[in-house]
Design a protein around this ligand. Structure first.
Ligand code: S3P
Length: 449
């Protein structure tokens, strides 16, 4: 456990670049492992989650070689060519790594054991195992379909038509990855659109894919199985979910003026920025350009007076990981911020709805937690002074450290070690902008006061 304290202090200023996108990093390694030949990846996120996926791809027979600054070379084995791993695959804290790999391996005729940390071992895997069972995968799992578990893929998988019952890019992606090694056409219908990185990369790596979009936004994705995937250079853009932390910090710390460079603006990921602008945030998107098929920009953010808004439930998939940090912004907004359609937050790295509510309560922020909603009322009194339990959840840790930077009293998170899951270097990057973050216990200043 590495407790860390954020103290309110001076304005934040400067230019920073956040690490590469987590979703794209996992997928670049996975598609690289399936393509025959060399996939060169630039700017891979070198966080614990993604490094678990890299290790899993090696255990399945791919060659994954790290160069400098996130440049990686992957030599894949071809669809259908994965080797049986000799040891269990450990996905650490990563739901994305575990679920995508279940799909990937589930239709290969081999056995594999999946492990994770305490957080991942609590998360539901049935949402991915159900379609896999229908494709012929055998599963041995403890009650409730949680890790640790073992799977064995069929000799020949059955292609599936599957309607994704929860808005989840992980489930969609797992079925598509499984469909890659099934003869015939696998169809995934998602009633609510979720992040589309898997589809974009499948197309980039040369798979035969057809996507139709209904008037109500529902998407049908048809994939022709057993393609020969071609290696593709992948440049990983900055992660908007990581950029969210310095951006919200700059909005709520008076006098701040910060630029976060190279942030991906894929529409399936930008719900937080839309919401912040509705709240009155001064955000401008500079130097917009297209790289590797994604729009990226430098986001210029200045401290702003925010007002509470209602965030519609249909925006949730495009900002599903950003509600904890939005709650920090809402604590400093005038009036109420109503967030609806949050049921999926209960099955993230922690029960994020409960963890956010507990953190707000510990720091004197008025709020109401419902089964699938959260209402935060900003500026009703002094904020801060509490210790937040992170429950092995990186985004809970970073969100409450951001809250502490603008609070009236310091905020401590019980374990900042978990931040390495997605954002190694977070504390240094924030300190470079002028944030006062110190290991808890280094309270020399406080003791003197
Ligand atoms: C992810 C999808 C989301 C998100 C996660 C990354 C992905 O999960 O919360 O951090 O890369 O596909 P769900 O698809 O389960 O909503």
């Amino acid at each position: 456990m590495r407790p860390l304290t954020a103290r309110p202090g001076s304005a934040l200023s400067g230019r920073v670049a956040v690490p590469g996108d987590k979703s794209i990093s996992h997928r670049a390694l996975i598609f690289g492992a399936l393509a025959i030949g060399e996939t060169a990846i630039d700017g891979l996120l070198q966080s614990e989650d993604v490094l678990c996926t890299a290790a899993a791809m090696r255990a399945l027979g791919a060659t994954v070689v790290a160069g400098e600054n996130g440049s990686y070379k992957v030599h894949g084995v071809g669809v259908g060519g994965l080797m049986e791993p000799e040891t269990p695959l450990d996905f650490g804290n990563s739901g994305t790594g575990a679920r995508l790999a279940l799909g990937l391996i589930g239709t290969h005729p081999l056995a594999a054991v999946f492990l994770g940390d305490a957080s991942l071992s609590r998360r539901p895997m049935g949402r991915v195992l159900e379609p896999l069972r229908a494709m012929g995968t055998e599963v041995i799992a403890r009650d409730g379909d949680r890790l640790p578990l073992a799977i064995r893929g069929p000799k020949t998988a059955i292609p599936l038509e599957y309607r994704v019952p929860v808005p989840s890019a992980q489930v969609k992606s797992a079925v598509l990855l499984a469909g890659l090694n099934a003869p015939g056409i696998t169809t995934v219908i998602e009633p609510v659109a979720t992040r589309d990185h898997t589809e974009r990369m499948l197309e980039g790596f040369g798979a035969d894919l057809d996507i139709t979009v209904e008037d109500d936004g529902a998407r049908t994705i048809r994939l022709v199985g057993q393609p020969k995937l071609k290696p593709q250079p992948v440049t990983v853009p900055g992660d908007p979910s990581s950029a969210a932390f310095p951006i919200v910090a700059a909005l709520i710390v008076p006098g701040s003026d910060v630029v976060v460079e190279n942030v991906m603006l894929n529409e399936s990921r930008t719900g937080l920025f839309t919401t912040l602008i509705e709240m009155g945030a001064d955000l401008s998107f500079e130097n917009e350009r297209v790289s590797g098929g994604e729009t990226i920009a430098d986001i210029h953010v200045r401290h702003s007076t925010l007002k509470g808004v209602t965030v519609p439930p249909d925006r949730a998939p495009s900002m599903i990981d950003e509600y904890p940090v939005l709650s920090a912004a809402a604590a400093f907004a005038d009036g109420q911020t109503m967030m609806e359609g949050l049921a999926e937050l209960r099955v993230k790295e922690s029960d994020r709805l409960a963890a956010v509510a507990a953190g707000l309560a510990a720091n004197g922020v008025t709020h109401e937690e419902g089964a699938d909603f959260l209402v935060v009322t900003g500026r009703t009194g002094d904020i801060g002074g509490g210790t937040v339990t992170t429950h092995l959840d990186h985004r809970i840790a970073m969100s409450f450290l951001v809250l502490g930077l603008a609070a009236d009293r310091p905020v401590t998170v019980d374990d900042a070690g978990v931040i390495n899951t997605s954002f190694p270097g977070f504390a240094d990057l924030m300190a470079g902008l002028g944030a006062d973050l110190e290991p808890a216990g280094n309270t020399a200043g406080e003791a003197k006061a």
